[in-house]
Design a protein around this ligand. Sequence first.
Ligand SMILES: [Mn+2]
Length: 263
Amino acid sequence: MHGPRLRLLHTSDVHLGAFDSRGASEEHRAQLEAGFRRVIDIGIEEGVDLALIAGDFFDNARVRPATLEFAAEQLARLDRPVVIAPGNHDHVGPGSVYDRHDLSATAQNVSVMRGRDGETVAVDGLEVEVWARSHTETLPDFRPFDGIPQRGAAPWQLAVGHGHFIHPDALRHHSFHIYAEQLADAERDYVALGHWEQLTRVAAGELGVAAYSGAPIGLGGESGGHVLIVDLGEDGSVTLRAVPLDEGKPHLAHDEVPFLRGA
Ligand SMILES: [Mn+2]
């Protein structure tokens, strides 16, 4: 069973507020915000139905109040449902940045996933369910896809995870392991990943597609990254397109997104 066609925006690792501390560069702060404005502009231009933010939307829990308000205003501007699955930098639970400011007071279109053992949200008006197990504190042995349930009832089944995909050259001491078998077993139509700065599609078995959007804006002053536009077709097809933040650069088609196999 497939659902009606649906277009997603997938981003992660925006790290809003990374330059909020005293002494940080105002120029870098302005670049980061301009980059996120551009992410929202792309979402509007592309007419997306739903946006997924796969963790590390905020850099830390001490970002300036103005950064929280900026984030809420931008998300509201998209005017489509947004699902945020918090990562290690913006975890939910005690001391969470999401407890400082109710984003949904400004952006009623936003849901923050908070389930310690994972949860599924059904998005109003869309034939889609999104599962995620958010980071609730910084636990090195946290595995974002442990305990993912079978597919639910809605035709389109998505999952979001923030962690480190284990591939042949991966450093095993990295935290938050994600294995190709877990992604295959999840049998989701699309798995939106975060934690890596690099745009990468990864092995997810025969049925699904899984990818890291990479950071839209590098924190080291490098030029812009990408956001992923994911088209779910009536025929069940799942097609990626990476849209560069820098206008004028070419879009990357599905097969042009760098691909990595699991270990
Ligand atoms: Mn991270």
